[in-house]
Ligand binder design. Structure first.
Ligand code: ATP
Ligand code: MG
Length: 317
């Protein structure tokens, strides 16, 4: 469990980068930190493994203050995947993955077995990749190595800072699927930073939306969609200013009406924007969609959450 209690960070002479943030992440959860550039996501993440010292408040890991841990032991128990991959270019893939096990002085044999196991886990054949240098791998493959390295010494917690943002959309989706599949097996506590709402909705058990160093809202994807705390949350989820907004087409996600209609239903026109659709669904489980005044189908909260998360029905648990 990771718990933030009124945590703030002030860098020298600046305004608060993180401002009295509180949340609790239970074990086994994927907790997504999202928000505009500069809102304090990376700072929040780095205070967990003390790459940045907090200015005020308390962070607990398994009920113990992070400040009381030996900093090396703390970091060994927290895997960290950096945004720009952060592999050492002069070291082989095997050496890169083995960094923490070596620091922990694992026997060579155990480390070597673990490297093979991890490479297979992230879908790369050990014999083909172990001895290569990072420069001889594609961006997506390097990112997999970054994930393997973070998992190497079997940490309880994993911090991932925009791990997939540099990748093309197809590789990115594949790695998102892989993380979800992997998480079913390993059940780690993962804090995942992104600025992509679709990614957040797809991966997050819960999402923490930040703004100007503060928490705007913490909740499940459904909660953020159903009960946005304010206009900022509603706009952010609706992808205002993002591609989501322009690509949205209500006609693509209609379900057929199979029963007589309840007159009290919410009605929305077929050309509604994603904002209008989300607003209608904020108060209702489903909304009836009309074209030229005639009902042509309905849209439910579940459908729209799946749509926003870019997954097909039945794909996520
Ligand atoms: N070492 C530092 N010294 C001074 N200010 C800093 C430092 N690191 C971050 N900041 C400031 O703190 C604020 C939050 O930065 P942070 O890196 O946490 O944002 P972020 O949400 O991760 O942004 P992005 O999405 O662009 O990565 C920003 O205003 C940033 O300029
Ligand atoms: Mg950042």
């Amino acid at each position: 469990m990771i718990r933030f209690e009124n945590v703030s960070k002030v860098f020298d002479g600046n305004k608060k980068a993180v401002d009295s943030v509180s949340f609790t992440i239970p074990n086994g959860e994927i907790f997504v930190l999202i928000g505009p550039s500069g809102c304090g996501k990376t700072t929040t993440l780095k205070m967990i493994n003390r790459l940045i010292e907090l200015s005020d408040g308390t962070i607990y890991i398994n009920d113990e203050k992070v400040s009381t841990y030996n900093v090396h032991e703390l970091r060994w128990n927290i895997g960290y995947v950096l945004q720009n991959i952060g592999l050492f270019p002069h070291m082989t893939i095997e050496e890169n993955i083995a960094i923490v096990p070596e620091m922990k002085k694992w026997p060579k044999e155990k480390t070597s077995k673990r490297v093979d196991e991890l490479l297979r886990m992230v879908g790369l054949n050990p014999a083909d990749y172990k001895d290569r240098k990072p420069g001889e791998l594609s961006g997506g493959q390097q990112q997999r190595i970054g994930v393997a390295r973070a998992l190497a010494a079997d940490p309880e917690f994993i911090l991932m800072d925009e791990p997939f943002s540099a990748l093309d959309p197809i590789t990115r989706e594949k790695l998102q699927d892989d993380i979800l599949a992997l998480q079913k097996e390993i059940k780690k506590t993962i804090v995942f930073v992104t600025h992509d709402m679709q990614e957040a909705l797809k991966l997050g058990d819960r999402i923490c939306l930040m703004k100007d160093g503060e928490v705007a809202q913490v909740g499940t994807p459904a909660e953020l969609i159903q009960k946005p705390a304010n206009e900022f949350v509603r706009d952010f989820i609706g992808g205002k200013g993002h591609s989501l907004e322009n690509e949205f087409n209500l006609a693509d996600i209609l379900s057929p009406i199979e029963e007589p209609l309840d007159v009290d239903r919410a009605y929305i026109p077929i050309d509604s924007t994603i904002h209008e659709t989300l607003s209608a669904l904020a108060h209702e489980e489903i909304a009836i969609v009309k074209k030229d005044g005639t009902p042509v189908g309905y849209v439910s909260r579940e459908t729209i959450i799946r749509h926003l998360a870019g997954t097909r029905a039945g794909e996520t648990g």
